[in-house]
Design a protein around this ligand. Structure first.
Ligand SMILES: [Zn+2]
Length: 146
C-alpha cells in the first residue's frame, strides 16, 4: 500500500494547504478544541477529570473516572468527521485512505471495549467544540449530572 514513498515511516508531505493546516491543528495533546472544552466544562463546575487516561482503552482525552464517563475530542481531519467530510489529500491517496480506515477502526473498537466495561462514551468533534464549546459542555454536563 503505497510503501514506495514511505521508506522512512513518516507521512508523505501534504501538498494541499487546507490539509496541512488541519494536520497542524491536530497534532499531539492539548490541541485547542480540547482546551476549549475543558475550560467550558470547568465553567459548569465539572472538575477532577483525568487527561489521556491510559488505564482504559483508547486513553480518552477527558475521563471522569468516578462516573465512568469517557470523552473523546476527535480532530475532524484524522477521525473523518461526517459533518465536515474533509476531502482526502489528492496525493498518496492509498496511504491516507488506509490510515484513516485504521483510525476509524481503532476508534470503534476502543468505544466498544469501553462500553463493555460499563463506561459512557461521548465523542465530540473538533468543529462542534470550536463553534460552541459551551453547547457541547452543556450536553456533556447533562450526562455527568445524570
Ligand atoms: Zn467536523
Amino acid at each position: 500500500m503505497g510503501s514506495e514513498y514511505l521508506r522512512d515511516g513518516r507521512s508523505p508531505l501534504p501538498e494541499n494547504e487546507a490539509v496541512s493546516r488541519s494536520m497542524r491543528s491536530n497534532k499531539g495533546r492539548n490541541t485547542s478544541p480540547e482546551l476549549m472544552l475543558r475550560c467550558a466544562l470547568r465553567a459548569l463546575g465539572h472538575m477532577g477529570y483525568r487527561l489521556n487516561w491510559k488505564k482504559v482503552p483508547g486513553s480518552p482525552d477527558i475521563c471522569f473516572v468516578g462516573k465512568k464517563v469517557a470523552i473523546f475530542v476527535n480532530g475532524c481531519f484524522w477521525h473523518r468527521c461526517p459533518k465536515c467530510d474533509l476531502p482526502l489529500p489528492k496525493t498518496h491517496m492509498d496511504y491516507w485512505s488506509s490510515k484513516f480506515e485504521r483510525n476509524m477502526e481503532r476508534d470503534k473498537s476502543n468505544e466498544e471495549s469501553l462500553k463493555a466495561a460499563g463506561w459512557t462514551v461521548i465523542t465530540v468533534w473538533e468543529c462542534e467544540v470550536k463553534s460552541s464549546p459551551k453547547d457541547v459542555a452543556e450536553k456533556i454536563s447533562i450526562i455527568l449530572n445524570h
